[in-house]
Design a protein around this ligand. Structure first.
Ligand SMILES: *Cc1c(COP(=O)(O)O)cnc(C)c1O
Length: 347
């Protein structure tokens, strides 16, 4: 699907014809002295005004410079979770359309499908968590609007080869959403430079992981300008708070390389050390900031670590992750504590 006109045919009719909410400040962009247009409290104690559009535009420009892509390709959301929900609201008619995703993968794709009354069809990953391209395409019918691919994938931690992701984008006759939440930790490249070639591609990234701003709630979707405009039409008018925007402007200036390098070094260290413990059966290769670790007794080990003051994610009930815990890479001290707890078992 190489034509944006074809892509826009996938949009829900009520969204295609939507007249979006517009504020007085959207309609008048000049300088303003006295603001009597928005029923705000006039006494300035820091947050009496709705978030400023120019500030949000500055963040888009910052993101544009960081990601080397035009602002017309960027949507800023209340976390990338907002963008996941918007994909459904823009493209899927409740009770009629469906979406497809790999299993296991990030839970929000199916939760948002349920919320929007959209059927979510899952296709198990292949051998060694490989992308099941033919099975994914075979799961589609004329009502399949979205196909979610998470790369690097949560919780399996592997990234899929770009060429395989792009093959799905080429062959699926709907929107392919590639979630790159963990791309800054991966040896594979982002698909962002490919965006112009694939109008049915939406890429999600977030400031919650490598950028260390999970508490702010700010994420991004990248897509063709026409799709970005639809997202902007459907989102709540002020979807990101003023405090988040102000802090983002300050905190996004910092360079993440130093922290990412430490996390990658620690990931390598844990990958090497963990298999030495008798309770660890295998550590899967990781392109993310976490490790999927298969252990002999997941429930018992989870409890043991909790009692030692460390919480990890128990993924052992997921069929393809039998016996697995998902462990985030922490600071060097935190990882040391994890290793020493494991070393104390049966002593
Ligand atoms: C953590 C995570 C997100 C959530 O991102 P927010 O921007 O914090 O909403 C999205 N996708 C995946 C795969 C994640 O693991």
């Amino acid at each position: 699907m190489t034509d944006i006109e074809n892509v826009l045919r996938l949009v829900r009719p009520n969204i295609a014809s939507l007249k979006p909410y517009s504020t007085a400040r959207d309609e008048y962009k000049g300088a303003i002295g006295i603001r009597l247009d928005a029923n705000e409290n006039p006494f300035d104690e820091g947050y009496n005004r709705y978030p400023s559009t120019p500030l949000k535009e500055r963040i888009r420009t910052l993101a544009s410079k960081k990601k080397n892509i035009g602002t017309e390709h960027i949507f800023l959301g209340n976390g990338s979770d907002e963008a996941i929900d918007l994909c459904y609201r823009v493209f899927c008619t409740p009770g009629k359309d469906n979406a497809i995703g790999i299993a296991p993968s990030y839970g929000m794709y199916s939760v948002c499908a349920d919320i929007n009354d959209v059927e979510y069809r899952t296709v198990p990953l292949g051998q060694n968590f490989s992308l099941p391209i033919e099975d994914l395409l075979a799961a589609a019918d004329e009502h399949s609007k979205l196909l979610f691919l998470c790369s690097p994938n949560n919780p399996t931690a592997n990234a899929f080869p770009s060429e395989e992701l792009l093959e799905v984008v080429r062959r699926f006759e709907g929107i392919v959403v590639v979630d790159e939440a963990y791309i800054d930790f991966s040896s594979t490249q982002s698909l962002l430079p490919k965006l112009d070639d694939y109008p049915n591609l939406i890429i999600l990234q977030t400031f919650s992981k490598a950028y260390g701003l999970a508490g702010l709630r700010i994420g991004m979707a990248f897509a063709a300008p026409q799709i970005i405009q639809l997202f902007r039409n459907v989102k709540y008018p002020y979807n990101i708070g003023a405090d988040t925007l102000e802090l983002a402007e300050k905190l996004l200036q910092k360079d993440i390389k130093e922290q990412v390098d430490i996390i990658l070094k620690e990931r390598a260290r844990l990958s090497k050390e963990l298999p030495k413990f008798p309770c660890v059966k295998q550590v899967y290769p990781s392109d993310a900031n976490f490790l999927l670790v298969q252990v002999t007794q997941p429930k018992e080990l989870y409890r043991y670590l909790l009692e030692g003051g460390i919480i990890v994610r128990d993924r052992s009930s997921i069929p393809a992750c039998k016996g697995c815990l998902r462990i985030t890479v922490g600071t060097p001290d935190e990882n040391e504590r994890l290793l020493s707890l494991l070393g104390n078992i049966n002593e």
